[in-house]
Design a protein around this ligand. Structure first.
Ligand code: FAD
Length: 405
């Protein structure tokens, strides 16, 4: 089961939309273990700590490590999600929290460069949906014809493109750096971080009584498993059929010194042609011209996957570069990063209580678009654990997917 590439850009609503279930909250001061210091677990730990819980955060390899989905240099931030207004609102809300962290730590993480969305004639439905939502919510954008875009962005070959939308406040986040910053803030505000591998422990009378950290038993009042692509291995009875973990490649190309200024000024872009997505971030921290072919790769094990670039994938992006950014034809590949998406069938995240253990929350299913939403996800968990909000069933694991290993 592998979801479609479109679900990253415009997830459909999962059944359960508008419905909630209650969760037995825990009083402030309760001991909570969070497993996983990626963007979901990192924000969750910080916001639980701020609610007065006694939080210990564990990660096998460290916050924003190179194996994790959050470990890339950069991640796009956008509010545009086709006609999905839920993620539109979540994105805008998350930007405020990212800004708060930037202010609290004096670190720049967000870059509101804008994003140029480029579509061929077949993209017209998505463009119409985007425009409807942006107009409805007063979200600033500019609609460009191919002719107008050619004048504004001479480095891009506009051939075959028909609909271009510049989403003015979108941009990118410095991802790996952000995970480290959140973790430092969490520790500064009284949280405990330890490196260690967490394994679920015994379940008795509807609760998990303990967990194992590096094979040593440890008990807490509540447990949050925010292990991204590893959730599937930790809870196969729940996620074997619900999460697919796919290989995703990102490549960086060197730009000739004659063109570097021109390319670094380009905004991040998303190109949809014949139903396929490519995207890129031209210039961050002098890493080169980042580009990805956003097709789901094969299913992998995130711990043991061979992270060398696949020649076919490199050739696909080189062909695309030569066509869409002709001055980059033949540009040298300077770096590749191989990562993974934790996909759900519809692209919606997972935030649910374990069906057999009422004190265990499960968090993940980023589906290739989760990074920007880290603060909102953390806020949901902190709200549910402290009893201020119910669990939204739109992020629940549908019962027909569980127990079917
Ligand atoms: C190539 C690529 C491009 C992407 N582009 C974008 C984008 O442009 N915009 C966007 O918003 N999102 C994007 N995403 C998606 C986004 O990065 C993910 O949705 C997000 O990082 C998921 O975070 P997470 O915390 O759920 O998982 P992870 O970041 O994988 O974190 C899980 C953590 O759990 C730890 N862990 C695992 N098992 C255990 C255990 N047993 N005990 C303790 N710790 C454990 C791991 O070490 C890891 O640190 C992209 C993802 C990829 C791979």
């Amino acid at each position: 089961m592998v979801n479609s590439d479109l679900s990253t850009f415009s997830p459909s609503e999962r059944a359960g939309h508008g419905q909630t279930k209650t969760f037995e909250s825990l009083p402030a001061g309760s001991k909570i273990v969070v497993a996983g210091a990626g963007v979901f677990g990192g924000w969750t730990a910080l916001l639980l700590q701020r609610k007065g819980f006694n939080v210990t955060l564990f990660d096998c390899w460290g916050p924003g490590n190179s194996l994790s989905s959050s470990g890339g240099e950069t991640r796009l931030i956008r509010a545009m999600y086709g006609d999905n207004r839920r993620y539109f609102e979540m994105s805008l809300h998350a930007w405020d929290s990212w800004r708060e962290i930037e202010k609290a730590t004096g670190t720049r993480l967000m870059h509101h460069t804008g994003i140029l969305w480029m579509f061929d004639t077949k993209g017209v439905d998505m463009v119409d949906q985007m425009i409807t939502v942006m107009e409805e919510r007063n979200h600033p954008f500019e609609l460009l014809t191919a002719g107008k875009a050619r004048l504004k962005y001479p480095a891009i070959n506009m051939e075959g493109l028909d609909n271009l939308v510049f989403e003015k406040q979108a941009g990118y986040l410095e991802a790996r750096k952000a995970c480290g910053v959140i973790n430092s803030l969490f520790i500064k505000e009284g949280g405990t971080y330890r490196q260690g591998q967490v394994k679920p422990g015994s379940v008795r009378n509807g609760s998990m009584t303990d967990i194992y950290v590096n094979d040593r038993k440890l008990s807490a009042d509540g447990y949050v498993f925010a292990c991204g692509p590893w959730l599937k291995q930790l809870f196969p009875e729940l996620f074997t059929h619900f999460i697919s973990v796919t290989r995703q490649e990102v490549h960086y190309f060197g730009v000739s010194p004659s063109y570097v200024a021109q390319f670094e000024q380009l905004p991040p872009w998303i190109n949809r042609e014949s139903g396929e997505f490519f995207y890129g971030i031209p210039g961050n921290d002098y890493r080169g011209f980042k580009i990805a072919y956003d097709k789901r790769g094969k299913e992998i094990d995130p711990t043991t996957m061979d992270r060398r670039a696949d020649q076919k994938n490199v050739e696909t992006v080189q062909r695309f570069l030569a066509k869409r950014f002709p001055k980059l034809a033949g540009a040298p590949l300077v770096e590749s990063r191989i990562c993974q998406y934790a996909n759900t069938p519809d692209g919606n995240f997972i935030f649910d209580v374990h069906p057999d253990a009422g004190n265990v929350l499960l968090l993940g299913g980023g589906s290739g678009h989760g990074f920007k939403h880290g603060p909102v996800v953390g806020e949901m968990v902190a709200g549910v654990l402290s009893g201020n909000r119910p669990l939204d069933l739109v992020f629940a694991i549908p019962s027909d997917f569980t127990r079917g290993v």
